[in-house]
Design a protein around this ligand. Structure first.
Ligand SMILES: [Zn+2]
Ligand SMILES: [Zn+2]
Length: 451
């Protein structure tokens, strides 16, 4: 039976009938909120177990692709799901339908395990709008405290570089978080350049050998720092265009570039070996210097600081693809991937090119993902096992009466939900935000106390 018809059949304009309709809306909403709590639990587990990490950039990207949420809403769902992992009281209140998702979402922006209890009372007592205002005020107090901490951190920044007794140079320091992040990213990029990891999905062979000669992480970091210093000095400490940051010189044996299975080697200018797949990726959309060597070591071709893809074709490619074409990615910055590699005679034409972000360009070269065009010219992506990655996944079948199923599930969980479950304890009225925050916020309270 459709629940809505009960109210709709009553005589038009009857107040009692409209009250019942209102109650039904409220009751069904509570059921949906309780179901949302379970949905967030599932998302959290999926995220922790990296279920999305099969070609997607993040859990939010997967969620957006799989269930059709817009990316902003998907990110927010993942954020709230993660936050609730450390906020059991708020999670429980959402699961019992006592707090709406909108309130919980706002509260998770500021709540910590220490303040969760107080903020939950705010959530219970106020309307969604009250909660929003309290959270804004709360953040102001947090921001002031943060500003003091940031100033303190800035004063404490330091980098000590000194010669040790055995001639080694020791480096020790403390960097502000954003500067540290920059350093970590740069080291990661440099390490990736020096030590491309090869994922031989289909295979076989010498994985053991490769790992035997790979330096340990600390050694890789040291090499990465050296590369950073060198690169900075080469460029006269000029940051350059962002796209040029990963410029590298690759020396490739000509047969290796044309066929990754062919014997031969690819060596970076620094002397580090990279896999044939990696050198093909680097050469795919190169503003790099690719030097091809013949068997006797003679340089047969130097693509010297020219782009493999001419600017006009690149502009057309950007215009057509508008970012990474991997299903569900949508990354705005990309590299032109030759579907059939130019070293194998693939032309640099729009139909042979597809825009891919760094992450997915690696996926198709080094992780066994495949891309081609079908008879109609549409791009097709396949997982390493050959299964298609559909552009839009099929939605699961919805039962004929989803409302009944939802209620039955919530009842099976022992939830008693009714029209008043989520009602605020105080109805409307004046809300004194600054008073409320003074009483509730741990830092505000401390400041207002005489010391
Ligand atoms: Zn490519
Ligand atoms: Zn991508």
């Amino acid at each position: 039976m459709n629940v809505l018809t009960t109210a709709a059949l009553d005589p038009a304009g009857s107040t009692a009938a409209l009250d019942r309709l209102g109650d039904e809306i409220a009751e069904l909403s509570v059921h949906l909120e309780a179901a949302t709590a379970r949905l967030l639990d599932l998302i959290r587990e999926f995220d922790i177990r990296a279920g999305w990490n099969n070609g997607f950039r993040s859990c939010a990207h997967w969620l957006s692709w799989r269930v059709g949420l817009d990316l902003g809403a998907a990110r927010e769902k993942v954020r709230v799901a993660r936050a609730l992992g450390t906020l059991p009281r708020l999670a429980r209140a959402l699961g019992r339908g006592e707090l709406s998702y909108a309130k919980v979402r706002a509260l998770t922006r500021v709540a910590t395990p220490a303040t969760e209890e107080r903020l939950m009372e705010v959530g219970r007592a106020g309307t969604a709008e009250h909660v929003e205002r309290i959270v804004r005020g709360w953040r102001r107090v947090d921001r002031n405290a943060e500003a003091r901490e940031a100033a303190q951190r800035h004063r404490c920044r330091a980098l000590h570089v000194y010669r040790d007794h055995d001639g080694m140079v020791a480096v020790r320091g403390r960097l502000e978080p954003e500067v540290g992040e920059l350093l970590i990213q740069a080291l990661t990029a440099a390490r990736e350049t020096l030590y491309q990891r090869t994922y031989r999905t289909f295979a076989d062979a010498d994985v053991g050998e490769v790992s035997a000669e790979t330096p340990v992480v600390e050694q890789q970091q040291a090499d990465a720092l050296a590369l950073l210093a060198e690169t900075a000095l080469h460029r006269g400490i000029d940051p350059g265009a962002p796209g040029e940051r990963y410029q590298v010189v690759v020396h490739v044996d000509a047969p290796a570039l044309a066929d990754p299975e062919a014997p031969g080697q690819s060596v970076l200018e620094s002397g580090e070996h990279v896999s044939a797949e990696t050198s093909r990726r680097l050469a795919c959309d190169a503003s790099r210097v690719v030097m091809q060597h013949a068997q006797n070591g003679r340089v047969v071709e130097v693509a010297a600081r020219t782009r493999t893809i001419p600017p006009a074709v690149r502009r057309a490619l950007h215009h057509r693809d508008r970012g990474c074409r991997f299903p569900g990615c949508g990354g705005r910055f990309g590299q032109g991937h030759h579907i059939r590699h130019w070293a194998q005679g693939g032309p640099t034409t729009l139909s042979n090119l597809a825009m891919l972000c760094r992450r997915h360009h690696r996926a198709v070269h080094e992780e066994g993902y495949q891309v081609d065009r079908d008879a109609c010219g549409e791009l097709r992506f396949r997982r390493p096992d050959g299964r298609l990655v559909p552009e839009v996944p099929q939605q699961p079948k919805v039962p004929a009466d989803p409302v009944t199923v939802l209620r039955a599930q919530n009842e099976a969980e022992g939830l008693v939900l009714h029209a008043r479950t989520a009602m605020p304890l105080c109805l409307g009225g004046g809300l004194n935000v600054s008073y409320a925050i003074d009483v509730l916020h741990p830092l505000a309270t401390r400041e207002s106390e005489p010391s």
